[in-house]
Design a protein around this ligand. Structure first.
Ligand SMILES: [Zn+2]
Ligand SMILES: [Zn+2]
Length: 193
């Protein structure tokens, strides 16, 4: 491999971790053709900034528990630690958190160029799902005490529509939901938080 600058090696290491999950220092060292000492030096600032973490198997991205979450919604500053919260994983590997899909969608619209992935939870199973393929139920008749208009995310469109039969509201894809919420928020009633 060509001689790389430390910042290029760091970028390469992050890319590998993203693709492979966990990497050993010895593996990184042999792939990059540099000493383990050098790898440790490259990793140091990444470890200090919490971009990566050391595990028994090597180097990986921090899990949710290990990350020092800024536990406020980046959009409305409400606490964002519950199961409605949404994560925006940015291309620079930082993560932003919002209190609920409402703020997640609005935040995504503001910084979409910088977002690599948006993750939310399925309302019924609590499983993490991709925000881009989720189905959104807006203004269902069920008060979750977060932002209005209220947005709930579902993994399955079919289950979302079954839920809608009981609780009302309207179903939207990711893009439709963004358009819907931004329109609602432009009115004089903006920020009915
Ligand atoms: Zn919020
Ligand atoms: Zn909210």
């Amino acid at each position: 491999m060509m001689r790389m600058l430390p910042v290029e090696r760091q970028q390469q290491i992050l890319t590998w971790i993203e693709e492979e999950g966990t990497l050993r220092v010895s593996e990184i060292s042999s792939r990059l053709g540099v000493s383990e000492m050098t790898v440790y030096r490259d990793l140091k600032p990444l470890l200090e900034n919490n971009k990566i973490t050391k595990t028994s198997n090597g180097i990986s991205f921090p899990t949710r528990e290990e990350t020092t979450w800024n536990d406020r919604c980046v959009y409305c500053l409400k606490p964002a630690t519950n199961r409605k919260s949404v994560q925006l994983i940015k291309t620079d590997h930082t993560i932003e958190q919002t209190c609920c899909p409402h703020c997640g969608l609005l935040r995504y619209q503001d910084i979409r160029e910088d977002v690599a992935q948006i993750m939310c939870r399925d309302f019924l199973t609590d499983v993490t799902i991709s925000g881009k393929t989720a189905t959104y139920l807006i203004e269902a008749d069920l008060n979750l005490n977060c932002c209005q208009p209220q947005v709930i995310s579902f993994d399955s469109r079919r289950q979302a529509s079954q839920f809608q039969k009981g609780f009302g509201g309207t179903l939207h894809t990711f893009q439709e939901a963004i358009v819907f919420i931004s329109k609602e928020m432009q009115g004089p009633d903006c920020c009915r938080h």
